[in-house]
Design a protein around this ligand. Sequence first.
Ligand code: PLP
Length: 349
Amino acid sequence: MATGTLTVDLDALVANWRALDALSGAGVETGACVKADGYGLGAARVARALAGAGVRRFFVAVAEEGAAIRQALGPGPEICVFSGHMRGDTDMIGDLDLTPMLNSVDQLTRHFEALPGHAFGVQLDTGMNRLGMEPAEWGAVREIALARGPALVMSHLACADEPRHEMNAKQLAVFREMVAGIEAPLSLAATGGILLGAEYHFDITRPGIGLYGGQPFAEARPVAQLSLPVIQTRPLAMGETVGYGNSFVAQRAATIATVSAGYADGLIRAMGGVAQLYHGPTPCPLAGRVSMDLLTVDVTDLPEVPQMLDILGPDQTVDSLAEAAGTIGYEILTALGARYTRRYLEPAA
Ligand SMILES: *Cc1c(COP(=O)(O)O)cnc(C)c1O
């Protein structure tokens, strides 16, 4: 079998959720963000493990993702949709009991007309200028919306991964002003916001990346391990080249392993010549460019070439691989391709 194995440690996932939950007070509910197929790790399995650990509120980007989570979890947990109530979403929102976070007066009108009495939340823009109602817009519809009892009033921080960034306090102040006197549950913090401290927590938090083992939650347990099969190995004489563009030139007699995974599997081209694969604790550098389905790896220093090499594991986390590729852990995770065999380690009871 030439497909790689992506092992998802659901016990570590649940432990990360509990650790993030423990960072906020007893009165704060910790939700879970499972958008983009559970950050690439499999939304249904991730959501079921988290629901088993006590998560009652899930967040997704689009209604279709919400539908998949409802199918995985059944009735009960609240599923909040960040993109709100889009044209064409009414049946899904209504039939599957999704809670749209209404982002504009247009969405508010659509929702109240199409599904009067159905649950909704409101998303406010406190300065990120991406999703949500601006202060003036909110001022105009605030009383109408509040009279219908929103399940949640939320906003999102632009710079929460930089604790000292002045934007955090600025957005906090704007949020406080926009929600003054509101009795509905409030939410401002994702992973970064949880780490900023209690004043950012309000009633509900929405961690994503921290659950999946990524920065800025430094204490997170790694959740994803990725092992790739070696298809063949070959000896190289000094001066021979490897791969497209001859970008690797052997500086010594070398052994090259050809490994099954490439940029079509989310191992982006920018990793070429920088990232490493691992056999246990021993690093084996990528030799030459990343191709669509294959990596070539310098395994000269291994006494014996194993059947599999790891590209995500204890010695190379999602964030260290991201750094080698000039990106962030979020992008590495959500790019993980569809060809891997996904294997799930169940949470300890
Ligand atoms: C993605 C997202 C989250 C989760 O963010 P993390 O940084 O992954 O914890 C929370 N809220 C909103 C609005 C988001 O878009």
